[in-house]
Design a protein around this ligand. Structure first.
Ligand SMILES: Nc1nc2c(ncn2[C@@H]2O[C@H](COP(=O)(O)OP(=O)(O)OP(=O)(O)O)[C@@H](O)[C@H]2O)c(=O)[nH]1
Ligand SMILES: [Mg+2]
Length: 381
């Protein structure tokens, strides 16, 4: 996209006004809230699902306690580790002695949640159907998730004539038999310990298509990348924001006389790149989590990273960080260390084009890196 296309999309002629508007729009994507309620019987796997969705292990700090005895007896909110406005709510199932249907309906504030996930590790029961109907009455969305599929596959795999697709099909049919009363909804089969497999991606795609643009962005940005398909989805979303970030950086409004260098605050550019870096799972914390989940040394995953984001930024076109004149940059942190960029442009259109190219190039490099990380982790099927 060029500058005139970007201005047209924002409905602005004036680059200065467009910068303010682009900043506002970027912030609105950043500040959108998403509240996901997760409910189901005790032991169904609610807490494990919440942890997996947040990219955490069951033993991490701030993770939801999981276990073979009743562990969640009251509603608990868990925020996303990097985005506090994305929240998952652990709601004890209505079958629990301490949480009968009436009490549940009274205590659950339906309007708080954007959607409900009803989890079972076996067949869905009366309580699940009852709850779905109540949610339906409140005009909210619900999704049925049949979890612990890895267990089913593992035990069925012992049998002669084992066929994974057939096992999945049988589980699906079994679940559907009990859900006719709620209009035969789709059941998503997942393993919280292997989100890259089975129907997790399908679940995200389906929820995404039911949400508004801003909320679906919040959803996609919050899930960890455990498959190439999820990486592609993230790519699609992040690419959509490049033109906004390029405008919001304010370069187009700052162009001086031709040939004169500019010292500009690069906060917007860096914030965008750091957001992408973190969202794709290239930050150290995410790599450590992935290495633990896949039982691979973190150094093996790190060595798959070929283009540190700094290189992409530094080497591309007109944007050069000020510190490159004094000391070499080695990491994203080095680049973040210097507050200003020095650069020069002929006009606003050129400034926009250069910024757009830099951001696209850096994002593309990060995506390629994440693809290599997934390969190194054995998740490139
Ligand atoms: N293999 C496997 N085990 C799972 C999965 N999800 C949960 N579990 C295990 O099932 C048990 C119960 O999971 P929890 O997440 O604690 O269940 P819960 O629904 O939160 O249970 P309460 O808090 O008691 O209501 C734990 O031992 C988990 O490790 C899964 O997808 N696969
Ligand atoms: Mg629990």
């Amino acid at each position: 996209m060029d500058l005139s296309g970007a201005l047209q999309r924002l409905g602005e002629d004036d680059p200065n006004a467009a910068v303010a508007k682009a900043k506002e729009q970027l912030e609105s994507f950043d500040s959108v809230t998403l509240n996901i309620a997760v409910t189901g019987e005790t032991g169904a796997g609610k807490s494990a699902f919440i942890n997996a969705f947040r990219g955490l292990g069951d033993d991490d700090d701030n993770s939801a306690p999981t276990g073979i005895t009743e562990t969640t007896a009251q509603m608990t909110m868990y925020t996303h580790p990097t985005k506090s406005n994305i929240r998952l709510w652990d709601l004890p199932g209505i079958g629990m002695p301490k949480f009968k249907a009436n009490k549940f309906l009274k205590e659950v504030k339906f309007e708080t949640y954007d959607l409900f996930i009803i989890i079972s590790s076996e067949r869905f029961k009366e309580n699940d159907v009852f709850l779905a109907k109540e949610i339906q009455k409140k005009k909210k969305s619900f999704y049925f998730v049949r979890t612990k599929i890895d267990n089913d596959i593992r035990s069925e795999a012992q049998k002669r004539n084992f066929n994974e697709q057939q096992v999945l099909c049988t589980i699906r049919e079994n679940c559907n038999r009990n859900l006719k009363e709620v209009g035969n909804p789709k059941v998503f089969l997942i393993s919280s310990y292997d989100l890259g497999k089975y129907d997790f991606q399908d679940l995200v795609d389906t929820i995404e298509s039911d949400l508004s643009e801003h909320k679906s962005f919040a959803l996609v940005r919050s899930v960890p990348v455990y498959s190439l398909a999820m990486l592609e989805k993230k790519k699609e979303y992040l690419e959509k924001l490049i033109w906004l970030a390029a405008l919001a950086s304010g370069l187009v409004a700052l162009v001086p006389h031709p040939g004169v260098s500019l010292f500009i605050d690069k906060t917007v550019l860096m914030n965008f790149l750091v957001m992408c870096h973190c969202n794709l799972g290239l930050n150290e914390k995410s790599l450590i989590k992935l290495s633990e989940r896949m039982d691979k040394p973190v150094s093996q995953l790190q060595s798959a990273i070929k283009y540190p984001v700094t290189l992409a930024v530094v080497n591309t076109l007109a944007i050069r960080p000020r510190t490159s004149m004094t000391k070499p940059l080695k990491s994203l942190e080095d680049l973040l260390d210097s507050k200003f960029l020095v650069t020069s442009f002929m006009n606003a259109a050129e400034a926009f084009k250069a910024t757009h190219t830099v951001l696209s190039g850096a994002l593309n490099d990060m995506i390629n890196d994440m693809r290599h990380v997934l390969q190194a982790a054995g998740l490139d099927e």
